[in-house]
Write a protein that binds this ligand. Structure first.
Ligand code: PMP
Length: 403
């Protein structure tokens, strides 16, 4: 008998399982609204024009080789990543209290942050929002956190932030707990705290001595403006907090499969930041040893060149604007159909996703009757819609709700 006889097949990962099922679906009008990747008006993946330009330059550059990068990543990349997060010239940058560490996507950055806090600081309790991106809990379990807890976030009845619940749960969290926050464009709800609510959240975190880990996977996707979408890490920095930011360049650079992320560290002094970075360096050495260079080089090249950086900002704006347009079209169509319910949340929510409020049964109805694929929690990728498919999707949603 095999040593593996008792190994059970692991549960499938919903988002990828649905995408596989979608690929096999023979319906010519099928629509995939599951995976969180940007699609154009033609419903195609988009390699950003600025990325293509830089990739051509890099391919022609004979000075580049395939030597290992430093363990903590390409220095130009790390420096430009933190500058995107906090804005050029921010005091945490000038004082060198902030520094960056290249990671394998936003996921890798979260993993490094979690690992450091667990293994080096000995933190044993971590809180994620309810609901949240599934991996927030999964990574915590993988890192061996004994206590993985949730703070209230979404008030289903009002389709809005459960401000009181969130503040109560944070207030009750044991001192030193790690609090994972969505810096912008909350996944899956698309509902972010207001600036006033962020002030309150920050005050509790400070007062209760909690450690904030800000997940910034959608900077630029919410408003089309990197500075506006960077307000939360800047707020924490302006209040002299110590915290981490897990940055992803998967979405805002469209570099999903290049695995480009950065862990930004902010502490009270440049000297402490250096010590923390050295510990994270040794975690990396034992985890993936060295980071890949291509995606980081693309990002660094764009960010170091003002003309290319301006072009990138335009590319982001284009993606964000198309998503906003799709929100408006879906909302208007549901209104026109007289679909029961208040669908205002579709246009109120921000970022790539809409948390429609559709149930798992309604999601299944859309899939089996219309070949429209959405997540079982009702989350849809707005950029998966186009002006050609939005009517059919709205019609199907209408039927799912009224049948
Ligand atoms: N955080 C959130 C909230 C996300 O939605 C994602 C991507 N789905 C990530 C982090 C990680 O992104 P990646 O590892 O692909 O860069």
């Amino acid at each position: 008998t095999s040593v593996f006889s008792n190994v059970q097949t692991a549960p499938s990962i919903e988002v990828f399982a649905l995408t596989e099922q979608f690929k096999k679906d023979s319906n010519p009008n099928k629509v995939n609204l599951t995976v969180g990747a940007y699609r154009t008006e033609e419903c195609k993946p988009w390699v950003l024009p600025v990325v293509k330009t830089v990739e051509a330059q890099l391919a022609a550059d004979d000075t580049l080789d395939k030597e290992y990068l430093p363990v903590t990543g390409l220095p130009d990349f790390c420096a430009s990543a933190v500058a995107v997060c906090f804005g050029e010239g921010h005091p945490v940058l000038l004082s060198q209290r902030a520094d960056g560490i290249q990671a394998l996507g936003g996921t890798g950055a979260l993993r490094l942050g979690y690992d450091f806090l667990r293994c080096i600081l000995g933190r044993d309790t971590i809180y994620v929002s309810k609901p949240t991106w599934g991996n927030h809990k999964g990574i915590a379990q993988q890192c061996g956190y004994p206590n993985v807890r949730e703070y209230r976030y979404w008030l289903a009845s009002g389709r809005c932030l459960d401000e009181q619940g969130m503040l109560e749960d944070l207030t009750a969290a044991p001192e030193g707990s790690v609090i994972v926050l969505h810096g912008v464009a909350h996944n899956p709800t698309g509902c972010d705290p207001t600036p006033e609510q962020w002030e309150k959240i920050l005050a509790v975190i400070k007062q209760r001595n909690l450690f904030p880990l800000i997940d910034l996977a959608y900077q630029g996707f919410a408003s089309g403006d990197l500075d506006r979408d960077g307000r939360v890490p800047r707020l924490f920095a302006d209040h002299n907090m110590e915290f981490f930011v897990a940055q992803s360049f998967s979405k805002n650079f469209g570099l999903y499969n290049e695995r480009v992320g950065n862990l930004a560290i902010v502490t009270q002094s440049a000297e402490i930041t250096g010590r923390v970075k050295s510990q994270v360096r040794n975690i990396i050495r034992k985890t993936w040893s060295n980071p890949p260079s291509h995606g980081a080089r693309v990002v660094a090249t764009v960010l170091r060149n003002p003309a290319l950086a301006a072009e990138w900002r335009e590319n982001i704006k284009r993606m964000a604007e198309r998503i906003v347009l799709m929100r408006q079209m879906l909302f208007q169509k549901l209104r026109a159909l007289g679909t029961p319910g208040n669908w205002q949340h579709i246009t109120d929510q921000i970022g790539m996703f809409s948390y429609t409020g559709l149930s798992a049964a309604q999601a299944e109805y859309l899939r089996t009757n219309y070949a429209i694929y959405i997540m079982s929690d009702g989350r849809i990728n707005m950029s998966g819609l186009t002006s050609k498919t939005v009517d059919r999707v709205a019609q199907a949603m209408h039927e799912a709700v009224t049948k």
